[in-house]
Each structure stands twice: as C-alpha cells, then as structure tokens.
Design a protein around this ligand. Structure first.
Ligand SMILES: Cc1ncc(COP(=O)(O)O)c(C=O)c1O
Length: 501
C-alpha cells in the first residue's frame, strides 16, 4: 500500500500543477502560493454537499452495528494528502480540525510512508508487544530518540500509554501512590491497608482527591471524568468522586488590552478559590494530592490564562504539597509555536507530570523521578503504548526540526489570528473574542445554533473546522498549515460569513 501511495503522489504532483484554486486569490499573493507544502493539494474541491450519498450509505450500514450519531462522513485516507482530507464522495476539504487535533504533519506525509517501505521496520508494525514485560531490543533507543528528545524541563522519565485518557488515568494513580508514600514516610503498607484495599475501603483505598477546573477536559474514563467539566453529555449518569472543582478565569480578549481586569480575575480564582478548596478538602478528610490543568482549556471553549496564573498555581501546588499535572494532550506537539504550551510560562520546573497524546501519536506522560511508581504492575496494562508509534514519532520530530515547523506555526498562527481580528471587526454582530497562540486559535459566534450552521456551511465549501465550548469555533490545523492555507481559509470563511450577516 505504501508504494502504491508513493506512486500516486507523483501523479498528484502533476495534477496539482494543473489545478486552479477556485477560492480566488483575495488574500493570496503569487509568492505566497509557492510556499505550499510539497505533497499537498492546491485547494479544496467539492463535488457534493457533505455527507454525500456514499457517506450516507455507509453511515446507515455502520448504524446497524454502532451508534453513528457522531459520524460526520466517511473518509478516503488513501487520497488524503497534506492539509487536505478527501471523503468517500470525492470531496477534498482543507482540514483545520485534523482528527480532533491529532495529525502532526498532514496526511500521508512522504517521510512516514517511507518508513513503511523499510523491511527493517516490518516486525515493529506486525508484532505488537506487551511492552511492560517483553519490550523489543530497540525500545530504549527509540524512546530516547523520540519522547525523551522532547522531554519537558526537569523530566527524564516517560511512561507510554495508549491514549490521552489512559495517560491521565495512570498519571493520577502515580500521583496517589507518591502522595501516600510521602504521608507514610516509607513505601511499606500496613496489614490493614493491604486487606482494606481489596474491598475499596480506607485506609487501603484512601480518600484522596485531584483538584481540577470548571471547563476543563481530561478524558472520559472514570477517574479522568471526575476532573472533566466541559459538557454535560460526557458526565451524565456516571458515578463520580467528590473532588474539588475550581473556576477557571474567564478572561477578556485580546489579552494585552485587558491585562488589568484579567489579572484581577486570575487572582480571584487563585487566592479566593483554589487555596480555599485545598484547605476545605483537607478538612473534609479528602486531601488534594494533585492539581490537573490544561495550558489552554480546549474542549471547554479555548479559554486562556496568563503565564503568571500558571506560575502562581504552580507555587500553590508546591506550598500545599500537591503534584502539579499539566495536561498537554491537545496543546502539546508544536501547535502553539513551542513544542509544549507550558514552555510559554518560562519555568525551569513547570510540573511533576506532563501528559500527552494526539500529535505525539502515542499517549503517555512524563514524570519527575519521585513520581515513578515503586513496584512493578502498579502502573501497568497489556500494551502500554505501541512501539510502531515511536518509529513514526522519531520521523515526525525530524520533519518538525528539518522544516522549522515551530517557526512556521508561529508565522501562520499570526496570519490566522490577524485574519480573525479582521473578520470580527467586519462582522461584529456575528463574531467576537478572537484568541490564540500559534495556530491554536478560536473565535466565538453569536450563539450555538449559528456556530453549528457556520461549521456545516464551511464544510460544504471545503473547509473542516471544529466547535468547542458553548459557541466557539476552534482551529486545529496540522503543523504544515502555512500562510497560504490561512489565506484560502479566510477567503472561504469570509464568503460563509457574508451569507449569515
Ligand atoms: C486536554 C485533553 N486531555 C485528555 C483528552 C483525552 O484524550 P483521549 O481522547 O485520547 O482519551 C483530550 C481529548 O480530546 C484532551 O483534549
């Protein structure tokens, strides 16, 4: 399949040169058009509305097997390339949502396809080991070349897992184990602890808690869900823990224009609420062992906070002896213009735990030495990640470095945010609160119904965007999304907005 795809790329290169950009060139200079990604298409090309007839047929077929309420349309991944996702009806869309922000360098990147043609890699793709007990010979080297080469400051240990929720869930366990050992002063449990844990009772199963923030999203498994507070649909009917939830600052944008008001709002959340909650939960007999936070709340509506807010929160965690867990599942991997969003805070010691997934291709978490679980099988499952993802990640990192993609993200992010500022000035009744870091941008729409309509209209014009929070649109392009693509987006989005004035 890989060689077939590589062959197809050559013919598509020829087609690319013949194809005319139907979006027009209101924002595009000829020079800008030359900066496009080599293996990319030239623009969207729509044949039907979306979902088209073939997608509808397949949705019906799958509907007899699964709930398909969330299925948008079916995809043709063989024909998808670079920034463009092709569907089964032959529609080619500029993808600014990238599988919920999880495609680092576009579809079918030649560097990744090449890995598949190397016979030395075959056994890694064919045999999926139980990594915790039988890792392959090259595993330490590959993990050093991939994940450890991008480790956050102060962290030299990393644990791979299957997905973001799985990473956070196990990170919470690491935090609890660390906290109890700290309380005991040693790591030998009592007889009572050993017997009570088998029936879910204290002291073996202690009443510890994780503090999280309103609007945060950390996954849908049971522990993670207790720290997720973005949408009712995720939580309804599922039993949860009585863990403290602090308000996340509600800032005004652009941040620089409202720095005084925003600083007051952040101080209110930190001093009046976070510290109070930590004290209250200790008094309740449910001490806060850890604090989890996203550098930018994503699913909950792209809510930002300042580096000062995070630095102060980090200090509060230290003061109260709680582990600080930064969830970079959505923000990690370069989309903010730095590899980790927390790098924008400028700290040498940003956290005890940093979790990741999505653009990193594998889930997992970095941790400080003292958080490493003290015995085997305490943090464990069958696969504990997938070594084939490390092979891909090494190559993704090579591409990011070789092509200076973090600089590119900063450049195209600026163009995107400036474009959003212009559009919100042009359509003040429709758009507001444009915000972003790198290409991790968002804008609010008048109301949820209008937001949802805009997303569908944009899709029918060949542009895939995502929603987040109550009424926001989020932009999550791949790292190979250039200024040229920003211009295509702005032109099409402008047309959509004009229809909705
Ligand atoms: C910040 C954050 N944490 C955790 C998760 C859960 O990751 P997964 O869907 O891989 O379980 C997500 C998913 O969107 C996320 O955005």
């Amino acid at each position: 399949m890989a060689s077939c795809l590589i062959g197809r790329q050559l013919s598509l290169c020829v087609q690319k040169n013949l194809w005319l950009n139907s979006a027009g060139c209101r924002y595009v200079s000829k020079a800008a058009a030359k900066t496009q990604v080599e293996y990319d298409y030239d623009g969207p090309l729509m044949k039907t509305t979306v979902p088209g007839p073939r997608s509808q047929e397949l949705t019906k077929q799958l509907g007899d097997i699964q709930n398909v309420g969330a299925v948008n349309f079916f995809c043709n991944y063989e024909d998808s390339r670079g920034n463009y996702l092709v569907d089964v009806d032959g529609n080619r869309m500029l993808d600014i949502y990238t599988q919920i922000s999880s495609i680092p360098i576009g579809y079918n990147h030649p560097a990744l396809l090449k890995l598949m043609t190397n016979p030395n890699n075959l056994s890694t793709f064919v045999n999926r080991p139980a990594l915790g007990i039988l890792p392959p010979e090259n595993f330490p080297d590959k993990i050093t070349e991939s994940l450890l080469s991008i480790a956050p400051s102060g962290m030299t240990r990393v644990q791979t897992m299957a997905c973001g929720s799985c990473a956070n869930e196990n990170a919470f366990k690491s935090i609890f184990i660390w906290y109890r050992n700290k309380e005991r002063g040693h790591n030998t449990p009592s007889e009572e602890e050993l017997t009570t844990c088998m029936t879910n009772q204290a002291p073996g199963c202690p009443d510890l808690s994780i503090l999280s923030f309103m609007g945060g999203f950390h996954g849908r498994t049971l522990g993670c869900l207790a720290t997720t507070h973005s949408k009712v649909i995720h939580k309804l009917d599922v039993p949860s823990f009585d863990w403290p939830v602090a308000p996340f600052p509600r800032l005004k944008y652009p941040l620089e224009e409202f720095s005084r008001e925003n600083a007051q709002e952040e101080a209110r959340c930190l001093e009046e609420v976070v510290e109070d909650l930590i004290v209250k939960w200790r008094q309740k007999g449910k001490p806060v062992a850890g604090i989890i936070i996203e550098p930018i709340q994503a699913e909950g509506g792209d809510n930002h906070a300042s580096p000062d807010f995070f630095r102060n929160l980090r200090n509060i965690s230290r003061k109260h002896g709680c582990a600080f867990h930064v969830d970079e599942v959505q923000t990690g991997g370069g989309c903010t213009g730095k590899f980790w969003a927390h790098e924008h805070w400028g700290m040498d010691d940003p956290a005890e735990i940093v979790s990741f997934s999505k653009k990193l291709l594998t889930g997992g978490y970095y941790q400080k030495d003292e958080l490493q679980a003290d015995k085997p099988y305490r943090i464990f499952n069958t696969w504990m990640g997938d070594p084939s993802k490390n092979l891909f990640l090494v190559e993704v990192l090579n591409v990011i470095r070789r092509e200076n993609l973090l600089e590119e993200v900063t450049r195209s992010g600026k163009a995107l945010l400036n474009g959003l500022y212009e559009l919100q000035a042009q359509y003040p009744g429709l758009l507001s609160r444009a915000r972003g870091q790198g290409t991790f941008c968002a804008i609010d729409v008048r109301d949820a119904a209008t937001r949802d309509r805009l997303l569908l209209q944009a899709r029918d014009k060949g542009m895939l965007l995502g929603g987040c929070g109550d009424q926001s649109i989020r932009f999550r392009p791949a790292l190979v999304f250039k200024e040229y693509h920003v211009h295509i987006f702005l032109n099409i989005f402008n047309d959509v907005l004009a229809q909705n004035k």
